[in-house]
Design a protein around this ligand. Structure first.
Ligand SMILES: Nc1nc2c(ncn2[C@@H]2O[C@H](COP(=O)(O)OP(=O)(O)O)[C@@H](O)[C@H]2O)c(=O)[nH]1
Ligand SMILES: [Mg+2]
Length: 377
């Protein structure tokens, strides 16, 4: 006897195998071609896929066009809160019902015809598949100018400490939905969701399917300079996540170098204003200590921003003073025993003093245990 239900229809349709999440803003002109192309791929490859259009309430014909096309596998979600590309994608991922997810742009830059190959790579065991412009066989639009090429390559290079993937900036991605279950503090800033997935989900097997990236021919790009600056903020967060100690030390050194600049600028300005030398030098030192403190509190040890600023300032000055004493002692010792060159001895002293300075600040002044354990931004 067959146990399969035959007559009774399931009122809740079974979830599709694949959810394609597409963030959109003012993409009405591109949606008909895009959705027809996806329809073609669904038919040709028998792909059981839904499309989630995550639209930020576009002031164009998006709603009407989607309704007119009449595809029952396309779901338009109009968002009016927390707008932006990555929140839209994240919302899409929470609504997705498929076991597999694809994220892609709406402007026809990402060819839907490559989705079956991306799915095949996932089924072959990949954790994350990238539709890649820079993998062998991939290409970008011939109209890309030099500036755009350099810009894209530099952005890719900056991601190198986190991944060897050829195109970590790509917004064309495929992965299993459950990949996100293991995401540690998943929080993409801007639109580098692939890079965020690689780092935060600790993807081991990342594969690239070559694509031809066509430039959008209709509508406008929303990639702004502000978005690009947000990428630097994103990289900083990823560095703090992946390499907490090294990231902390590097930020400390950058802040230290900025203190040298502050000192020299203040000194020059005060001397130009005819402030006496002795006073100008002292003031420049005080100002640079203060800016160093504030910058370290804001960036290097940002996890400790909730601690008492007065206590931290005293601790910072104390740690710096100890660093100065160590610097002095080491310089004299090296000069006495290892070299005759004072500048060389001073360099060794600076390294030792800075090391003490950093260690004291890290361990005692800006203690991790004194502040709440939320991931630092
Ligand atoms: N929901 C939503 N989608 C956006 C937003 N900004 C861009 N998009 C969509 O994200 C995709 C990539 O944006 P695009 O402007 O093409 O960026 P570019 O390819 O880097 O120039 C497109 O499908 C856009 O419609 C936004 O603020 N909200
Ligand atoms: Mg685009």
């Amino acid at each position: 006897m067959s146990t399969e239900p035959t007559e009774i229809e399931d009122p809740v349709p079974a979830p599709p195998a694949l959810s394609i999440i597409i963030p959109t803003y003012r993409e009405a002109e591109n949606l008909p071609d895009l959705l027809r192309a996806i329809d073609g791929v669904r038919r040709e490859h028998g792909l059981d896929a839904e499309v989630l259009l995550m639209d930020d309430d576009s002031p164009d014909e998006t709603r009407r066009i989607v309704a007119d096309l009449g595809y029952d596998w396309v779901h338009l979600h109009v968002r009016t809160h927390n707008r932006g590309l990555s929140p839209a994608v994240l919302d899409g991922l929470t609504l997705a019902r498929g076991t597999l997810c694809v994220v892609m742009d709406a402007d026809l830059s990402h060819p839907p015809e490559r989705i079956p190959d991306m799915i095949a790579a996932l089924n072959d065991g990949a954790d994350l598949v990238i539709g890649s412009r820079y993998a062998p066989g991939g290409s970008t639009d011939a109209r890309w100018g030099l500036l755009r090429r350099v810009n894209s390559r530099v952005a890719t290079l900056l991601a190198r400490p986190f991944t060897n993937v050829k195109d970590p900036m790509s917004g064309f991605l495929a992965f299993r939905r459950r990949l996100l279950d293991d995401a540690a503090a998943f929080n993409p800033v801007g639109y580098k969701i692939g890079l965020e997935l690689i780092v935060k989900c600790r993807c081991q097997d990342v594969r690239e399917v070559p694509i031809h990236f066509a430039d959008r021919t209709r509508g406008r790009s929303k990639l702004t300079v502000a978005e690009q600056l947000r990428y630097l903020q994103h990289l900083r967060r990823l560095a703090v996540f992946r390499y907490p100690n090294v990231a902390c030390l590097i930020q400390f050194l950058i802040v230290g170098a900025s203190g040298v600049v502050v000192n020299l600028v203040v000194l020059t300005a005060l001397l130009a204003a005819f402030v006496p030398k002795e006073l100008a030098i002292a003031a420049a030192i005080v100002v640079s200590i203060a800016t160093n403190f504030l910058m370290n509190r804001r960036f290097t040890f940002s996890y400790a921003r909730k601690g008492s600023i007065a206590r931290q300032f005293l601790g910072f000055v104390g740690a710096c003073s100890l660093g100065a004493v160590v610097n002095y002692a080491v310089t004299l010792t090296v000069l006495g025993y290892l070299t005759d060159i004072p500048q060389l001895a001073a360099l060794v002293g600076i390294v030792a003093g800075t090391g003490i300075n950093f260690t004291m600040n890290r361990l005692f002044v800006f203690k991790r245990t004194l502040v709440d354990k939320r991931p630092s931004p």
